[in-house]
Design a protein around this ligand. Structure first.
Ligand SMILES: Nc1ncnc2c1ncn2[C@@H]1O[C@H](COP(=O)(O)OP(=O)(O)O)[C@@H](O)[C@H]1O
Ligand SMILES: Cc1ncc(COP(=O)(O)OP(=O)(O)O)c(N)n1
Length: 266
């Protein structure tokens, strides 16, 4: 049996809610074979991030070369890359190999406030990796940093998406999970027009891993052969349903429930 293949280049979340754990679960629920190149290990739970240990950039590259050289890949998602050497090495490989259908989630800060990207790494992300991205999926905080704009409204999100596209990504999705009003509305820009992708706001505190899950679901849909705008819409539907089935585990923000296809969709 042949199967579409997706690779996540991301960090480990020991609590299982975000990072490679969320990505691999998302791939599995799309019937896509998931592979991982680990960038760092976090000690993390629903309350926050207690520690981060990065891997050597060359060893991140070796993991990517290992799986690409043998198994091959149909789409790639990047998540927590943590430092500038890792970002530059991944970008170097993306330019050489190439890494097809590259979904870049520019992870910078966790919802609990922990820094997941070194300050000096933002420039490396912006200048070396974004120009190679098929799509980049910043949340509001990341979109503010990448665009240099103040973002409060949907119109601001649209302006930011256009600024970020000018950095070189083919498509941009600015995510509105942190919007004051209309939480759950995202702005998609295809280089020509902006489209608002709105869903209902799901009333839950357990939103850990939404961004990872959305980007991984986009990568899964691309591996399955969907065109990018369709992949984004299907991925958004997957994460909305996962929010409806979010998990009240731990003492803080629990993760979204990737299992919803098994337990009946709302
Ligand atoms: N409470 C919510 N209700 C509906 N959708 C949400 C909610 N919170 C986040 N989302 C959606 O989850 C996805 C991830 O967005 P966001 O949480 O902003 O990303 P990140 O996890 O990177 O901060 C987006 O599609 C966003 O609209
Ligand atoms: C290891 C690791 N990678 C990424 C994140 C950020 O995850 P995200 O899906 O953006 O969700 P929140 O942090 O907003 O819940 C992470 N926390 N850990």
């Amino acid at each position: 049996m042949s199967i579409p293949r997706a690779l996540t280049i991301a960090g480990s979340d020991s609590g299982g809610g975000a990072g490679i754990q969320a990505d691999l679960r998302t791939f599995a629920f799309h019937c896509v074979h998931g592979m991982s190149a680990l960038t760092c290990v976090t000690a993390q739970n629903t309350l926050g991030v207690q520690g981060v240990v990065p891997l050597e950039a060359d060893f991140v590259a070796l993991q990517i070369e290992s799986v690409l050289g043998d198994i091959g890949v149909d789409s790639v998602k990047t998540g927590m890359l943590f430092d500038a050497p890792i970002i530059r090495r991944v970008a170097q490989l993306a330019a050489q190999l190439p890494l097809p259908n590259l979904v870049v989630d520019p992870v910078m800060v966790s919802r609990t406030g922990a820094r997941l990207l070194a300050d000096e790494a933002v420039a490396a992300l912006r200048d070396s990796l974004l120009p190679l991205a098929t799509i980049v999926t910043p949340n509001l905080h990341e979109a503010r940093i990448l665009s240099g704009l103040t973002i409060e409204t949907i119109e601001d999100m649209a302006a930011a998406a256009q600024r970020i596209a000018a950095l070189g990504a083919r498509y941009v999705l600015v995510k509105g999970g942190a919007l004051g009003v209309g939480r759950g509305s995202d702005v998609f820009y295809d280089g020509k027009q902006t489209v608002v992708l709105a869903t209902e706001t799901v009333d839950t505190p357990h939103t850990h891993g939404t961004g990872c899950t959305l980007a991984a679901a986009i990568a899964a849909q691309l591996a399955l052969g969907e065109p990018l705008p369709t992949a984004v819409r299907l991925a958004k539907n997957y994460v909305t349903r996962a929010l409806h089935h979010s998990l009240a585990i731990g003492g803080g923000q629990g993760p979204v429930g990737h299992f919803w296809p098994l337990i009946g969709a709302k």
